[in-house]
Design a protein around this ligand. Sequence first.
Ligand SMILES: N[C@@H](CCC(=O)N[C@@H](CS)C(=O)NCC(=O)O)C(=O)O
Length: 341
Amino acid sequence: MLRKKLIAGAAVALALGAAAGTASAGPTLDAIKQRGTLVCGVHTGLTGFSAPDKAGKYAGLDVDYCKALAAAILGSEDKVKYVPLTAQQRFTALQSGEVDILSRNTTWNSKRDTTMGSVFAGTWFYDGQAFVVNTKKNAKVKKLADLNKAAICVETGTTTERNLADYARANKLTFKPVVFEGQEATEKAFQSGRCDAYTTDASGIAAMLVNLPSKADYTVLPDIISKEPLGPMLRRNDQEFFAIARWTIFALQQAEESGVTKANVAQMKKDSKDPTIQRLTGATGEVGKGLGLDADWAVRAIAAVGNYGEIYDRNIKPLGLSRGPNALWNKGGLMYPVPMD
Ligand SMILES: N[C@@H](CCC(=O)N[C@@H](CS)C(=O)NCC(=O)O)C(=O)O
């Protein structure tokens, strides 16, 4: 009975689709293909993740993800429009349709994955909340507990603020949060001595320090108080675009695992006898077809930005952050591309 109902339902759905003459690839993918550009919401300026380079072009780990996605869908890494967004603006920009996707150091958590009309494609960078102090001002502070009763600069509209309160409560510490809107204001306040410490994602602290001439005056404390899995965020109920967004992450990570690089990907497609590489590069199998793309989708993404390890080394290594959890699963990390079949 139930089966009959299901079959009848499927038939109605098919008939409706046929009547409307749609071969829809889902609202976002259709829009991207029609306009010929991927609109990516990025950070306004976070070194290593998304910041204008010397030529004024956006560069970074989050930007490379947008490039890979555009190469996979539209055939060119240049077919991206970058929309710089503050932490406060990012979710509205996604929901209003101003951007197709957010690739902007955004933490994947249950609220953002279930209650905000959005979903995450996966983890692009494992981060965690850290603290930095001015060593000249606070020479005795070596660990977080030493900051008991201290003033901590923190940015509103982020996961950071609540983590700080949760940690203080759980560890019977008292912090005096000094809250600012926007990264620049928060960093400036800290640098000018308004607070004893500044807390944000460890990557954000590293990005601030790399640009500071006086970085030797600062110490990052060893404590990491939260899990911040950062990843691309999309609108909900957009399965086709979601699948491409998710599998672009896996493809770039699988490329690293299989030794496929920006330089050798074309050769690998031609010559490799490794079944995993053959499926990744579309030499065999139907991964691209399943995504509604052609067989070369991943080849284009890898040729555009390199594999995940190359992307990491180019953008994050200069910040002095080691791979840690962002290494592949077989190198002691958490990055685990699921099989392509
Ligand atoms: N990962 C956390 C924090 C991300 C975050 O907002 N970080 C700050 C500092 S690195 C930021 O991007 N500020 C920029 C802004 O507000 O425009 C989140 O998703 O809430």
